[in-house]
Design a protein around this ligand. Sequence first.
Ligand code: NAD
Length: 363
Amino acid sequence: MIIGVPKEVKLDEYRVAMLPVGVEELTRRGHKVLIEVGAGIGSGLPDTEYAAAGAELVLEATEIFARADMIVKVKEPQASEWPMIRKGQTVFTYFHFAADRELTEAMINSGAAAVAYETLADDQGRLPLLTPMSEVAGRMSVQEGAKYLERPQQGRGILLGGVPGVAPANILILGGGIVGANAAKIAAGFNANVAILDINMDRLRYLSDVMPPNVDVLFSDRHIIREQLRLADLVIGAVLIPGAKAPRLIEREQLKEMKQGSVIIDVAIDQGGCIATSRPTTHSEPTYIVDDVLHYCVTNMPGAVGRTSTFALCNVTLPWVIEIAQRGIEDAAHSLRPIARAVNMFAGEVTNRPVAETFAIPY
Ligand code: NAD
């Protein structure tokens, strides 16, 4: 099979969909990998590394789309890429169709197989191609929080870990899933006082077993949130109800009870956010202030740490890229249930129920 990896064209996107080791694994199985010149630069991966691994470097994305049987990408195809996608081709990437009718229609019209990272689910319902990005965002949320608590960044001027004789910061984490647990682990490592809240008792029991002593694991209800909010220097929003808008856990008037210069990092912003005053921001303008509380609500946090995110993403996508390359998409979807769940469109038909229902398309 010919596998093509174009350079990402979305603004502020520094990831690339394949590492040089991926090229090597595919070429030693007899496949050909086309990499667009400069595709890895944003992640610190020069063309020479891809060439050494056996890739053919191609100057233009048009040539990659014209020659490849399968396109492997990171972000959903952009409007400039739509006309290049063709019938019989497989496109393996994040799509998030429900958020974008135009993209959905473009992919249906292309006749290509749209295989979505975000719906590749294992038999336990886990989403292994989403997990690494939650791990990145969770860990990064504490790093960003630490930065914005600094006075020159308009924060309270607090060092997360304190110093001997001076108390550390209080960090409130709403949601103890992948993002929340990763945030708690890093925050605990900074020596902060951490409270992590969830409503799932099994999850709370697990967190209580694995978290260090400076992490309080608490059941999430209105009273606990109100109590913790008054103490918090940094609040991290990390809740998720799968398939739904994030629940709103903090109302506008509650901000007045928070300390002046405290910071909210609402990671759940991509699902609407869990704080009433959250609105999406970008890496170029990441923050704004409401009622003396600094808000950071960047929707694609992993993009800022492109190199780490590229490695984290490619580690989990490569085995599936290999399966599709070895079997072809039809056989892979028939033999492997996670791949079948990932196929959102095939030959002009929508094959994913939620996508079809969102746009009232026959399924
Ligand atoms: P997850 O499903 O692993 O965890 C969510 C947790 O929230 C679950 O444990 C659930 O029980 C808990 N929860 C639900 N309602 C709650 C409530 N009322 N109070 C307390 N906890 C509650 O999800 P995740 O992978 O950790 O992702 C969390 C959010 O972060 C998602 O919205 C995800 O899309 C988002 N995310 C954003 C970025 C970004 O760049 N901004 C990156 C990755 C993930």
